[in-house]
Design a protein around this ligand. Structure first.
Ligand SMILES: NC(=O)c1ccc[n+]([C@@H]2O[C@H](COP(=O)([O-])OP(=O)(O)OC[C@H]3O[C@@H](n4cnc5c(N)ncnc54)[C@H](O)[C@@H]3O)[C@@H](O)[C@H]2O)c1
Length: 433
């Protein structure tokens, strides 16, 4: 039975103080840097359901390579746990759990729902739960709040409060870190909004942007990624048109970019758990309210087809050179979904490998950033002179540092180099997007 409900003491939600205790649920790419930042200022309890991750973090090891052992150690008021009970007594619960899509590309809210129930089990009157996960407009209030209420027996905005502050970090990006990116904040009441804003202002020197309500903040986050996805889809489509017109896409883009308001997007594979996923959160909500989002879904279709397009281009180049495609050995440089990080979630290089196989090729993948990945055999060290084609799929600095000559040297005397990421000069490759 739920406890007898006491009205929240108004003073509890005044503003965060040095005594505020913060719990962070989910210690991945987003949650760990947050927990470390909070751990400098507040007593912070970082909680993750993955006991192995918690053990590793206690040893100062972060497999995402976002935070160093020294940075973890410097957060003097941070402790890690995989016991939910340890979150009891926190005043603020910051939720940063995954929000992927399922096989049918519908929002998969299982982790968010589980975390909401967990918050409901340990929340006390006057506390606040702040969601950071990327969601569709309305998810916090329509999905998370009822679960917290059901598990706690409390009522939102009477006994506890909620907030939303979307995460904008960019894995592997050492220039735009948590502290450098303006944080959007919102709360379920004016007092909650002030609390959330002050909480983040205390750890983000770049400052905050206070959105008028939670749904606006949720929408703002998701459209950041929709916009990026669509802009990349546009240049991907342009790259396909220019290939048929025998124009160099990069030369066209460089010329167009000399105008002050031309947006400098580049063609490529769109993977990862954000840009290629978040648009489906918005489109699902749009359809729920009776709008079929033509443009957003068209962009998704174009970007999802790019791996197949690259495989077809490589196959055509090989045939033009008289290289037998069936049974050919192809080296794919890079598996991570983006440069300089080990994150392979939703990487479209997996599609590239599958498409190359459909053409009868035998692809091998080399990625020094990635230790292992399901369903993809990684080579430790590619052998020089042994491939019919080399595809630069991810712009890791290590590949840039190898340079055109050494990359070409992986190929046999008659071979093809294709650059998906515009890493090498045009003259050094046989094809590029
Ligand atoms: N990674 C990014 O660059 C990025 C950027 C902006 C927004 N986001 C969003 O932030 C959210 C988190 O992403 P991420 O990249 O940090 O994910 P992640 O997979 O790196 O980490 C999530 C962590 O949550 C843990 N977890 C799952 N369920 C849990 C639960 N009920 N309680 C506690 N821990 C739980 C997992 O074990 C994992 O360690 C997602 O909604 C994502 O879309 C991510």
């Amino acid at each position: 039975m739920p406890a007898v409900v006491q009205p929240a003491p108004a003073s509890r939600l005044a503003l965060p103080t040095a005594e505020t205790v913060v719990g962070v649920l989910g210690l991945g790419y987003v949650g760990l840097p947050l927990a470390v930042a909070f751990g400098h200022r507040f007593e912070t309890r970082g909680f993750d359901v993955d006991g192995c991750r918690v053990q590793a973090l206690r040893r100062g090891e972060d497999a995402t390579r976002e935070v160093t052992a020294a940075q973890i150690a410097s957060a003097g008021r941070l402790a890690f746990t995989d016991r939910l009970e340890d979150l009891r007594g926190c005043d603020v619960f910051v939720v940063s759990v995954p929000t992927p899509v399922d096989a049918a590309r519908r929002p998969d809210l299982a982790a968010l729902e589980a975390a909401s129930r967990m918050v409901g089990q340990v929340i006390a009157t006057g506390d606040i739960a702040v969601f950071e996960s990327t969601v569709f407009p309305g998810a916090t209030e329509e999905v998370c709040v009822p679960l917290i209420e059901a598990a706690s027996g409390f009522a939102c905005n009477r006994d506890f409060f909620v907030g939303y502050s979307p995460e904008r970090i960019n894995p592997g990006d050492k220039r735009h870190r948590l502290a450098d990116i303006v944080k959007v904040t919102a709360g379920s009441t004016p007092a909650a909004a002030s609390f959330v804003d002050a909480l983040y202002a205390s750890i983000v020197p770049a400052g905050t942007h206070r959105a008028p309500n939670i749904r606006t903040a949720e929408a703002a986050k998701v459209i950041e990624n929709v916009q990026r996805d669509l802009n990349i889809a546009l240049v991907n489509e342009l790259a396909m048109i220019f290939e048929r017109l025998q124009l160099d896409t990069q030369a066209v883009l460089a010329a167009a970019a000399s105008k002050w308001n031309f947006l400098p997007f580049q063609p490529g594979l769109v993977g990862g758990h954000c840009i290629g996923v978040d648009p489906y959160y918005l489109t699902a909500k749009a359809e729920e309210v009776g709008h079929r989002p033509e443009l957003v879904l068209a962009g998704r279709r174009i970007n999802d087809a790019m791996a197949g397009y690259v495989a077809t281009r490589v196959s055509a180049l090989m045939q033009r050179r008289g290289i037998v495609v069936a049974g050919s050995r192809v080296l794919v440089l890079g598996l991570a979904f983006k440069e300089n990080c080990p994150d392979v979630r939703n990487t479209r290089v997996v599609d590239l490998v599958a498409s190359l196989r459909e053409h009868g090729m035998e692809p091998q993948v080399y990625d020094p950033w990635v230790a292992a990945a399901d369903g993809v055999a990684l080579v430790d060290e590619p052998k020089s002179g042994s491939y019919d084609a080399v595809i630069l799929a991810v712009a890791h600095d290590v590949f840039r540092d190898l340079g055109a000559e050494r990359i070409r040297a992986f190929g046999k005397e008659r071979s093809v180099v294709f650059d998906v990421k515009q890493l090498l000069p045009a003259r050094a490759v046989d094809g590029r997007l």
